[in-house]
Design a protein around this ligand. Structure first.
Ligand SMILES: [Mg+2]
Length: 265
């Protein structure tokens, strides 16, 4: 693995840049290194609980200056993907929270409608009701294309694991027999969107994540060079036993920077 010709880096956030509210070692050094060497960066996360502006503020709170425009969460990924598929004015039925609704509808580009929409788009909705699921089911059966923002079946809260977007998608899939097209990792779509956003060459793009089943699987699905750091979910033992094999493993971000520096010297 030689990083000399790589010019773009796509980073997962939780488990890579920070864990909870704790900044990981080497984050500031990594962004400095990229800036000095003309390496473009974007952050990709399935986490839809915050807007890119809020993620940027979270990083600022850890003394990391990072532009919201380079942060793609699953609602932003959904919007950017939709723009490549559906013209302005397309009708959409949406189940989801503020982040998704804002990304789709705040600028008036798409129209929220339950009257023969072209798409049913489903994100996590903590105020889910049978009435919303019923409506979505009828519209998918009537031919609206079924889209999910991310496949995470559960998400961690203080008390344990609770239903995530993927659990709502599974409910609708069971009811309709239709599988959703999913935007978030481990799908390739968010990676393709980030590469397009940066104007990067896919053959010169490295991805860094902490999970095999989402970050590494998604990167490989997108045909990119997949790097894993061991500062989050996946361990060395997981790498040894999993069928999902990253192209390169680094202990942490300082190890990545050291390897890249070595290849550029
Ligand atoms: Mg992560």
């Amino acid at each position: 693995m030689n990083l000399r010709n790589y010019h773009a880096l796509l980073l997962d956030m939780d488990g890579v840049l920070y864990r909870g509210h704790e900044r990981m070692p080497g984050v500031a050094e990594l962004f400095d290194f990229c800036a000095k060497n003309g390496i473009m960066t974007a952050c990709i996360t399935n986490n839809a609980t915050m807007t890119p502006e809020q993620f940027s503020q979270k990083l600022a709170g850890m003394d990391i200056t990072y532009p919201a425009a380079n942060i793609i969460n699953s609602p932003i990924g959904t919007r950017l993907w939709l723009e490549s598929q559906a013209p302005q004015g397309t009708k959409i039925f949406c189940i989801g929270m503020n982040g998704l609704r804002t990304a789709l509808f705040a600028d008036g580009y798409y129209v929220e409608s339950a009257e023969a929409p072209a798409y049913v788009i489903v994100g996590l909705d903590t105020e889910m009701t049978y009435a919303k699921l019923r409506q979505a089911c009828l519209l998918i059966n009537a031919g609206a294309r079924f889209i999910g923002t991310n496949p995470d079946v559960s998400l961690p809260v203080a008390e344990g694991l609770v239903p995530g977007c993927g659990a709502l998608l599974a409910f609708l899939q069971a009811a309709t027999g239709v599988a959703p097209f999913i935007i978030g990792k481990p799908g390739a779509t968010m990676f393709h969107i980030a590469i397009k956003l940066l104007g990067a060459d896919a053959t010169r793009t490295l991805t860094i994540g902490d999970r095999l089943d989402t970050d590494v699987a998604g990167s490989l699905a997108a045909g990119l060079t997949s790097g894993l750091v061991l500062t989050g979910v996946a361990t060395t033992a997981d790498v040894a036993t999993s069928d999902i094999k990253p192209d390169v493993v680094y202990a942490d971000l300082p190890a990545l920077v050291a390897a890249w520096q070595h290849d550029l010297a």
